[in-house]
Design a protein around this ligand. Structure first.
Ligand SMILES: [Cu+2]
Length: 126
């Protein structure tokens, strides 16, 4: 009840000020409190985007520096989809993909982003 009284007082002041200054500011002032609640909506959307991002695909290019049975290490250029700068890192890869490249190969690859890393789903020598 006290809050309502305060609000009414504030509105009264706003109307009073508007009447004096003769500006159409009242509409904006009155609209502001109504516009505030939806601010939570974008936050919820962001949470949804994060979940989506964990299963996101990305493309990259770089030079293979090492290969193991189930990983390919690539000195890659920046990958904006993952928010990564250029760096050398090991990616998970199926044996078939790992077998198809060797250290020194310049490659273009598709990544399935997961956690802080990624799995190479396709790789092609350039
Ligand atoms: Cu990286």
């Amino acid at each position: 009840m006290k809050r309502i009284a305060t609000t009414l007082t504030a509105l009264g002041l706003a109307v009073g000020l508007t009447a004096c200054s003769d500006k159409p500011a009242t509409a904006e002032t009155a609209a502001a409190p109504e516009a505030a609640p939806p601010v939570t909506a974008p936050a919820a959307d962001m949470a949804g985007m994060k979940i989506e991002a964990t299963a996101k695909m990305a493309k990259g290019t770089g030079t293979v520096t090492a290969v193991s049975a189930d990983s390919v290490t690539i000195d890659h250029t920046p990958i904006p989809e993952a928010g990564w700068p250029a760096m050398t890192m090991a990616f998970k890869a199926s044996p078939d993909i790992a077998k198809s490249v060797k250290a020194g190969d310049k490659v273009a690859f598709d990544l399935k982003l997961e956690g802080g890393g990624g799995e190479i789903t396709a790789i092609k020598k350039q």
